[in-house]
Structures are given as structure tokens and as C-alpha cells.
Write a protein that binds this ligand. Structure first.
Ligand SMILES: Cc1cc2nc3c(=O)[nH]c(=O)nc-3n(C[C@H](O)[C@H](O)[C@H](O)COP(=O)(O)O)c2cc1C
Length: 206
């Protein structure tokens, strides 16, 4: 079993990476393979809403999003990390998540997801809420920890001094490993995936 961890920070080895590494180490300790993937600094292209992905099976902008889409098809769980930028997730990860879920959301359905955020001080709960919504619209079990999944600091060293934040990340990793093993055991025992209710797509003017 494998978990893909996305680092949505412009800093390859900063606070978000440090938080994700703690979760990854806990997953590895529990026998789950991990890969931390940095989305890069220029990954923030938003979704054009062109709908081409419905025909192509991938985003028409052939960049890191399609690389991630290939990887999520092979993975069993996803952890998304972001620094807090103006009380939101970073522009980089927001662009990636919009396009990833629009073009390849089906590959993530029923796979556990979790979000992790890092801030110097505030805006953590708003950013966490934003990221959790991708999982919740896509039938993904959301993995929790003992507190909300956040660390504090301006540098990687700060994050390691945030003892409670580090413990939250480790707990998250162990909790995701437990859920992955439980889902695999359920599948082995013959528990089917949930029944898909035919979608009713309405809007507010009809
Ligand atoms: C554009 C920008 C906006 C930021 N906005 C906030 C904010 O709203 N609240 C906060 O506490 N920190 C804010 N920060 C600080 C980062 O969230 C914080 O230092 C984070 O831990 C950095 O993580 P990283 O090293 O993975 O990039 C901001 C940083 C940048 C570059």
C-alpha cells in the first residue's frame, strides 16, 4: 500500500515538507510506502473550465497535474500539505487541486485523504477547511488526528520545535495506516464499495 503526499509549498524543504515528513515516517513505520512530491513554484495554473478533461481523460494543460493524476491512480491514500497564504491554501496547491480533482477525481474516490497546513500564526483552520472540501465532495474518507492537522513556524526548524504539531502529524500518519489496513481487510472479506446513488444535478434557478 502506498500514500502520496503533496507538498504544495513554494519551499521544497520548508515547514510543510517537515510536517509531511513526520506523517510519512509514521506511515512507513506501519509498513505503508510513501512518496512526498513537491508541486513546485509555478504549479498554480487554475482550472480553465474548458471541460476538455472529460474527453481527454486528463488535463489539457500537460504539467505536474497529469503526473500527479497518474500517481494517484497507483496510490491508496493522499495527504495534501500547504502553507497558509493569506488565510488560505497556497495558490500553487489550489491550482493543482482544482485541476486534479476536476480531471482525475474518479481515481481518488473511496481512497482516504487528509490535509495538513503550516502557518507562522493564523489562518490555519480556514486553509484546512478549504483543502478538506476536495475530499468531501469526492467520497473520500477524511483522516483525522488528535488535534487539527496543523503545525506552526516560519522555518523547518521552528516546526520541529512545535512538539504538539509534530505529534499531530505522527498520529495522522498512524491513523491513515490503520484506516488503509482496515479498508484492505474489508475488501479482502468481501465488503463492496458503497452503492452509487444516481446523481441529481440541480442548481438554484431551476
Ligand atoms: C504569500 C504568503 C502569505 C502568508 N500568509 C500567512 C497567513 O495568512 N498566516 C500565517 O500565519 N502565515 C502566513 N504566511 C507564512 C507561512 O504560512 C508560514 O511561514 C509557513 O509555515 C511556511 O511554510 P513553507 O515553509 O512550507 O512554505 C504567509 C507566507 C507567504 C509567503
Amino acid at each position: 500500500m502506498k500514500v502520496l503526499l503533496l507538498n504544495g509549498s513554494p519551499h521544497e524543504k520548508g515547514c510543510t515538507y517537515t510536517a509531511l515528513s513526520e506523517a510519512a515516517q509514521a506511515l512507513e513505520a506501519d509498513g505503508i510506502e510513501t512518496e512526498i512530491l513537491w508541486v513546485g513554484r509555478s504549479a498554480g495554473i487554475g482550472c480553465a473550465g474548458c471541460g476538455a478533461c472529460a474527453k481527454l481523460g486528463k488535463c489539457v494543460v500537460d504539467d505536474i497535474v497529469n503526473t500527479i493524476a497518474e500517481k494517484v491512480r497507483q496510490c491508496d491514500g493522499l495527504i495534501v500539505g500547504s502553507p497558509v497564504h493569506y488565510a488560505s491554501a497556497s495558490g500553487q496547491i489550489t491550482g493543482v487541486m482544482d485541476r486534479l480533482f476536476y480531471s482525475a477525481g474518479a481515481a481518488l474516490r473511496c481512497k482516504p485523504g487528509a490535509a495538513v497546513v503550516s502557518a507562522r500564526r493564523a489562518g490555519t483552520t480556514a486553509a484546512l477547511d478549504q483543502l478538506n472540501k476536495y475530499f468531501m465532495i469526492n467520497q473520500m474518507p477524511v483522516v483525522s488526528s488528535r488535534y487539527w492537522n496543523m503545525v506552526h513556524g516560519s522555518t523547518a526548524e521552528d516546526v520541529l520545535k512545535d512538539e504538539e504539531g509534530v505529534a499531530v502529524m505522527r498520529t495522522l500518519g498512524h491513523n491513515m495506516a490503520w484506516l488503509l489496513k482496515s479498508i484492505a481487510a474489508g475488501r479482502e472479506a468481501g465488503v463492496p464499495e458503497p452503492v452509487q446513488v444516481p446523481p441529481a444535478r440541480t442548481n438554484f434557478i431551476r
